[in-house]
Structures are given as C-alpha cells and as structure tokens.
Design a protein around this ligand. Structure first.
Ligand code: AFD
Ligand code: MN
Ligand code: MN
Length: 426
C-alpha cells in the first residue's frame, strides 16, 4: 500500500480547488433540480471489480513488453489491486482467473486480501488452454468438445472453481470458452451446442443457491469460423435453458463491429438475463483497450440503460468487472483511470432528465430526445468524482498521486523479474 500520509498531503494541496469547482457545479445542477451531494453519494457507492489478469503487462500474439516490478503471483496482484483501490476508491473487489491465480492456501489469500480491505468478485474458469498435467486436451474444445473426457474434465474444473470461490467469499462463476471451429463443416453447430448445454447444466447443478453463473459470449477468436457462444442470442438461449440463476455477461469488446451494444443491454435487462459486464473499449475487435478510451459515449449509453433498469424497480444486481489488457501503459495507472471512466459514465447517466426524455420520446421529438441525453453527457462531472474520492479517503487525482508515490519503482526493486509471468490475456 502507499503511505496514507502521502495521499493526505496530495489531497491537502488540491482540495480547495475541488471545493470551488464542486460549489460551482452544485449551483449549476441545482438549477435543473439535481442535488450534487446526492450524486457524490452515488459515485461513492459505485464499484467495479479488478481483473487479476490485468495487473501485469498484457501482450499481443506478436510480443509482450513487460514493465518493471510486475506482480509475480496472486499475492502481489492483490497488493497492486489494493493500491488501485486505495487511490481510486472505486474498485474494492478482485475477479480471479483459475488456475492462473490458484492459491495453495485459500484462507491465507483471503486473509491477505481482507487485511488490505479487498474482497473477491466473480471467479473465472479457464478451459481455453491446456495445463501441464491435464489428461485431456482442449485443442478441439472443452465444455462442448466431442471428446467426453475433455468435457468431463472441463466440468470438473468449473466445479473446482466454484468450490474455491466459496472459500474466498465469491458469489459468481463466469464461464467463457474458446470452443468453436476454424473450418466450415468442422463441427455440427447443433450437436456442439447440445454438448455445451449438457456440460454447463452439470456445472450449474453444483452452483450454490446464492451464486450466479455468468455466460460470456464472444464473436470470434481463438476460433475463426464459428464459436459456440458467439453472440448474445446464443448466450440468452443457453442461460435460459440452464436455469434461473444463469445470466449473460456482456464484454464490450466481444461484438461485431458497429453492433448496438446498449440495445443488447436493454433486451437482456428486460428479460431478466443481464448478469454482468466486462468493461473495456475497442476499435476493431476484442482489443481490450482501456474503458472509455475509444468510445466514451457508448459507455454512457450503456449506463443509460443500466440506470433505467435500476429506476424501473426490477431486480438489479449485475456484476461489474474491468477486463483489459495493458500493453503500453502501467497497468495500475490504466486500471485507476479506467475505473474512474466507468464511474463517470455511471454518474453522467444518473444525471439524465428521464421524465423529459420519456416525454420527448412519446412526442416523437428525436431532436430534443437526443439533446436530453447529450445535456447529461456533456456535463463535466469531474468535481463529483474528485469529491467522491476525497470523501472516501482516496486521492483527488489518483494517477498523479500514484506517480508521486514511487510505488512502481519500489516494486521494480522488490520484485526482480521472474522468467515467466503468470498473468495472461487472450
Ligand atoms: C477473453 C474473455 C474472457 C477471458 C479472457 C481470458 O474476455 O473474459 O476470461 O479473455 O484472458 O477474451
Ligand atoms: Mn471478458
Ligand atoms: Mn475478451
């Protein structure tokens, strides 16, 4: 962790400016009947989970350029996550990837995290790569494989992930499989999907009553012709077949280009099958770029749907996670900044005048309807985010505070690079 004294000094230098900006924004918002303090409270209540696999430098299929002081094991990843949360105050939980993060002693890991005020969010299973000692290969698929042994092995792995998650206080299993085909004719679409359903139903039977199972779809990659859960339609069908506590997870980078993601969100929400998100941004495919770095308006429109859902009074508790690969930035900086971008979209979406919007929609007034959304989107809510961080004990400008702390340089000394880093990204 970073010395809290440094954070305090950082805040003392900036707080007067923040108070002035916040006062000005409060006056502006009061004119349209919005209480700025209530928005600060909302921002403080917002949380998004950190991906354990996002703490090391990612890479492409061409190369990986590691940075200094990268975490070499799950404990060092948790330490880095704690720093992200200490400064950004929006990321109190960690989403683990198994077996990359498998602890030898789960209670030791839980204790280590708890001491740092961190908890564990959804667990991710991994049946898209072979482990050294496993008897059956996933080369031709896992939960949907034609090989019964591979399917059984994948089912058993998912159940082990649930059992580990129970020991760590998690309450969800996220299942993403790379299963698919590279050639027309390679697989029978129907039989493959049937096998997937049969396997996931077996996993679901082991799901504790208070757990959720989240299905993550992805249009392509690693399979380049067909993918068993390639779109939200397949995901919805599977989640519906599997059971009530199974729902769809939307990764923002897993869609065909130009797909209207916010409408997918609305559809899944309407039918009670919106389970969670992997936030990131993309320009071309599953780019895993930092949230809000390419298309912040899309992120805002997604949150417009989420706030709508929240206001509707229907049951609402999607899992929010970041899922990014940091290739050219310090992962800690990217995660701090990205979490704040997601939080910003949430706050802006909370400022939409929904009554006016509904009236413009019913009057068929597209100009004023879209202007109502833009009015909220164009507001600078930075003082609200800064105030939320300040009141939560975080840093007003967390990336600046992080750089000033020298944390990365210290990690560079404390963590001499290992030959292989355990983190990975697809
Ligand atoms: C995949 C998915 C999924 C998975 C991850 C593995 O986004 O969330 O866990 O990459 O690195 O593309
Ligand atoms: Mn994902
Ligand atoms: Mn992905």
């Amino acid at each position: 962790m970073i010395d809290q004294q440094l954070v305090q000094e950082h805040n003392e230098r900036l707080v007067t400016g923040v108070e002035d900006d916040f006062a000005a924004l409060s006056v502006k918002l009061a004119r349209v009947g919005v209480d700025a303090d209530a928005m600060v409270a909302r921002a403080k209540g917002f949380a998004v989970a950190l991906p354990s696999w996002g703490l090391g430098t990612g890479g492409t299929r061409f190369a990986r350029f590691p940075g200094p002081g990268e975490p070499r094991n799950i404990f060092e990843k948790v330490s880095d996550c704690a720093v992200v949360h200490q400064l950004g105050a929006a990321t109190p939980t960690i989403s683990l990837h198994i077996p990359w993060d498998t602890p030898s002693d789960p209670s030791e890991l839980l204790g280590f995290a708890t001491e740092r005020d961190m908890a564990f969010d959804a667990m991710n299973s991994n049946t898209f790569q072979d482990q050294l000692d496993q008897p059956h290969s996933y080369k031709y698929g896992s939960l949907s494989s034609a090989d019964k042994g591979a399917r059984e092995q994948a089912i058993a792995h998912n159940i082990e992930v649930i059992e580990l998650g129970q020991k760590l206080g998690s309450s969800a299993l996220t299942v993403w499989v790379g299963d698919g085909s590279n050639f027309p004719g390679q697989q029978d679409f129907t039989r493959t999907f049937e096998r997937y359903l049969e396997s996931t139903k077996s996993v679901y039977q082991a799901l504790p009553d208070d757990w959720k199972m989240l299905l993550e779809h992805k249009i392509f990659e690693p399979a380049f012709y067909s993918t068993v859960i390639q779109d939200w339609g397949s995901s919805y069908l599977a989640a519906t077949e599997i059971g009530q506590r199974c729902a769809c997870l939307v990764d923002l980078g897993h869609h065909a280009p130009n797909v209207n993601i916010e409408m997918i969100v609305a559809r899944l929400a309407q039918f009670g099958k919106l389970g969670g998100f992997h936030f990131n941004d993309s320009k071309y495919g599953d780019d895993d770029l930092d949230s809000g770095s390419i298309n912040p308006y899309q992120l805002f429109l997604v949150f417009n749907e989420l706030v709508n859902l929240e206001m509707s009074g229907r049951p609402f508790s999607p899992f929010y996670m970041l899922d990014q690969s940091h290739n050219v930035t310090d992962p800690i900086e990217s995660l701090i900044y990205s979490a704040a971008e997601v939080q910003r979209a949430f706050v802006k979406a909370s400022l939409i005048d929904r009554e006016a919007l509904a009236a413009f929609q019913d009057d068929n007034d597209p100009m004023m309807a879209q202007a109502t959304l833009k009015a909220a989107y164009n507001l600078d809510v930075e003082p609200i985010l800064q105030m939320a961080r300040y009141q939560s004990g975080g840093a007003i400008d967390p990336v600046i505070a992080y750089r000033a702390s020298g944390y990365r340089a210290q990690c560079g000394i404390d963590r001499p690079a290992a030959k292989t880093l355990s983190s990975g990204i697809v």
